[in-house]
Design a protein around this ligand. Structure first.
Ligand code: DAT
Ligand code: MG
Length: 139
């Protein structure tokens, strides 16, 4: 199978809790190659744009506030079947429903503050990767 790419963010809760290293280790152990990575912070405007697909949802304001509340790590990852395998690695949106050993089961505290983002399709992975790394040289 051909490799493809996904997009992830280590969210502000996991950065604050000191879990960047633990989460990158899980990503490496699961066989993903890091193509691009940066430590950065979203403005409320950027977080609002990033999550624009959710703007009619009741939690949108809370989500934008949380995602702009502190630094994040954004990354593009490569692997066979990257999008689906990464969703499997992170686990369900609500950590209470996430399988044991998944990143959210290990490091998320609530459905809103759930440690990591994972793109949900090849198309969104490309859009989200461009959002953060449009002018970056990929390796
Ligand atoms: P996922 O991040 O698993 O793709 P999603 O796309 O449905 O989940 O939602 C995006 C983010 O919004 C999610 O990671 C956390 C937040 N969120 C989702 N449902 C929520 C809820 N019921 N209450 C609070 N925040 C929620
Ligand atoms: Mg989603």
């Amino acid at each position: 199978m051909a490799t493809n790419r996904t997009f992830t963010m280590i969210k502000p809760d996991a950065v604050k809790a000191g879990n960047i290293g633990n989460i990158i280790q899980k990503i490496n152990e699961a066989g993903f190659r890091i193509v691009a990575m940066k430590y950065t912070k979203l403005s409320t405007e950027m977080a609002g744009n990033f999550y624009a697909v959710h703007k009619e949802r009741p939690f949108y304001g809370e989500l934008v506030e949380f995602m702009s509340s502190g630094p994040i790590v954004a990354a593009i990852l490569e692997k066979e079947n990257a999008v689906a395998d990464f969703r499997e690695l992170i686990g369900a949106t609500n950590p209470a429903d996430a399988k044991p050993g998944t990143i959210r089961a290990l490091y998320a505290t609530s459905i809103g503050e759930n440690a990591v983002h994972g793109a949900d399709s090849d198309e969104n992975a490309a859009i989200e990767g461009n959002f953060h790394f449009a002018s970056t040289e990929m390796h």
